[in-house]
Design a protein around this ligand. Structure first.
Ligand SMILES: [Mn+2]
Length: 353
């Protein structure tokens, strides 16, 4: 069954009569078409009776023949057109990412009960099929190769920003379409912030270097982090590195069907807690990934959802000592029948360049 009909079947099972899908990645997942409308309205209205209607601005050509398209022009009001296709006596499922400007306008125009129906597509996307798995493998293989090239740039005394800028070119040369997110290159004390924005900082002797990067290949994202050192670091920093590495390995070890996302978080987090650095691991252990770099759900202590074969997510523990040092080690893993396959193979042993 194709994905769109599967989605409609899921709607029927969940008692959802009508549902609006609006994100570029969900529409790509369902139709195979990548349409990025910027600020303009794009929506796929699915009905449990099997009707599929796409609302799209004339600026964006649609190739799909199996959906009825309603094409509007800039001089028209797309919410006016869209609202005339809704059954006002029934609840309308709405994509949680739909822009509030459209939702507010719709709610001002018509009196209808709306609810968040994102779980319908999220629940499908969380399990990758064979074709998606192969694309995810390839995407991470490219990222592994790119990491090697990026690490070669570090001794060149370029700023964080210059290295970050070089990442997309390296990924493209290796066959990717580009970055899956703005790469994080963080030196020394900047690495002490988990989401540092790369700036004009230059590297100093003994700095830890966080390199968090990912590419897009055939619409599927990679995401990996390595931390290396520029010259021998303080003993404590080496100790921290080995704790984070142990946490990464223990987290990965916990990835198998039957375990929960919270078990993976706990396996990684408890290594860091036992070593006395629990308060410095300030984020969740990971996130699912696929067409989007961050997909539902998270690998976190409060997520008791069970792991199932075909899920792909990151395991990325870290320790961040504000103003001093930061270490994060991140790999993508695929849940298999008996355990997991790590999609990244780039070396993660303690490394001084
Ligand atoms: Mn990540």
């Amino acid at each position: 069954m194709d994905r769109m009909n599967k989605a409609i079947e899921n709607m029927q099972k969940n008692g959802i009569d009508q549902m609006l899908v609006t994100t570029t990645s969900d529409i790509f997942y369902l139709t195979g078409e990548w349409i990025d409308p910027g600020e303009r309205f794009l929506g796929l209205l699915l009905n449990s009776n099997g009707d599929k209607k796409l609302f799209i601005n004339k600026l964006f050509p649609v190739k799909t023949k199996n959906i009825k398209s309603f094409i509007y022009e800039d001089k028209e009001n797309p919410i006016e057109i869209f609202s005339s296709h809704i059954n006002k006596n029934k609840r309308l499922g709405i994509d949680k990412n739909w822009s509030a400007k459209f939702l507010i306008e719709l709610m001002e125009k018509i009196n209808i009960k709306v609810f968040n129906s994102s779980k319908v597509i999220e629940g499908m996307r969380v399990i990758k099929d064979a074709e998606e798995i192969n694309k995810m493998r390839l995407s991470s293989q490219i990222n592994d190769k790119a990491m090697k090239e990026v690490q070669k740039l570090i001794p060149n005394m370029m700023t964080e920003k210059m290295v970050a800028r070089a990442v997309s070119n390296i990924l493209e040369k290796l066959g990717a379409e580009g970055n899956s997110f703005e790469p994080i290159i963080a030196y020394g004390e900047n690495a002490g912030e988990p989401h540092h924005i790369s700036d004009k900082t230059k590297i100093k002797h003994g700095d830890s270097v966080i390199i968090d990067m990912g590419g897009v290949k055939d619409f599927y994202c990679s995401d990996m982090t390595r931390t290396i050192f520029f010259g021998a670091p303080k003993d404590e920093y080496k100790k921290i590195y080995n704790i984070v590495l142990e946490a990464n390995l223990k987290g990965i070890e916990a990835v198998k069907p039957g375990n929960k996302f919270s078990d993976v978080d706990n396996a990684a987090r408890s290594v860091i807690e036992k070593a006395g650095y629990g308060e410095y691991f300030t984020h969740r252990t990971g996130h699912n990934i696929g067409i989007d770099v961050h997909e539902w759900p998270n690998v976190s202590s409060d997520n008791d959802m069970e792991l199932k074969p075909g899920m792909i997510f990151s395991v990325e523990p870290g320790i961040y000592l504000n103003g001093k040092v930061g270490v994060r080690i991140e790999d993508l893993v695929l849940v298999t029948k008996n355990g997991c396959e790590v999609l990244n193979s780039f070396d993660k042993s303690f490394n001084i360049i």
